[in-house]
Design a protein around this ligand. Structure first.
Ligand code: IMP
Ligand code: MG
Length: 176
């Protein structure tokens, strides 16, 4: 299998810095009760992106992590599962920044948003490193997007193919 570079480490880091500046300007930094935002990291894919982004924000966040699983190989089964669920006591009344690796069909983020709203979150915003608008099945957009890309399957910087390639520092296209 060959990996063709799509985004270099330098391009990713520069864009993450820009996104951090935008979010720092834009995101409500306390809720009505004066509490800081909660960053909800969708693992495993978003762990590297979230670690880089959150350290560049000009405000503090509380961190929560959930695992979402729906992919086998390069195919989504269309029914993502939030392992362990989203417990309301952590999110009620809070401003939540959801961080994911890639917005693809939209099933995952629609489900996460629905659970956060049911949990009583005050403000929910979505931040993704990558967006594949041509793949959307469930309508919906992210509030913050790193890079918009074509319909290609990519790995690296957290993204995997059956759990391989996550630790590459760059993002590349899988060539069979
Ligand atoms: P969605 O529910 O179809 O929007 O899929 C989102 C999830 O699918 C992401 O969080 C990724 O884990 C996975 N995914 C989608 N496209 C890719 C890709 O190109 N490479 C690796 N994982 C992907
Ligand atoms: Mg994945």
């Amino acid at each position: 299998m060959k990996i063709e570079k799509l985004l270099t480490e330098a391009q990713i880091q520069a864009r993450v810095e820009e996104m951090a500046q935008e979010i720092s300007r834009d995101f409500p930094q306390t809720n009505k009760a004066g509490k800081p935002p909660v960053a909800l990291i969708l693992a495993n894919g978003a762990i590297f992106f979230a670690a880089d982004l959150l350290r560049k924000l000009r405000f503090e966040t509380e961190i929560q992590v959930v695992r979402v699983a729906s992919y086998a190989g390069t195919q989504s089964n269309g029914a993502p599962e939030i392992v362990g669920g989203i417990s309301p006591e952590k999110f009620r009344g809070r401003n939540v920044l959801v961080i994911d690796d890639v917005l693809d069909t939209g099933h995952t983020l629609a489900k996460v948003r629905e659970h956060l709203c049911a949990a009583g979150a005050e403000d929910v915003r979505i931040c993704v490193l990558l967006d594949k608008p041509s793949r959307r099945v469930v309508p919906g957009q992210a509030d913050y997007v790193g890079f918009s890309i074509d319909d290609v399957f990519v790995v690296g910087y957290g993204l995997d193919l059956d759990d391989a390639w996550r630790t590459l520092p760059y993002v590349g296209i899988v060539k069979e």
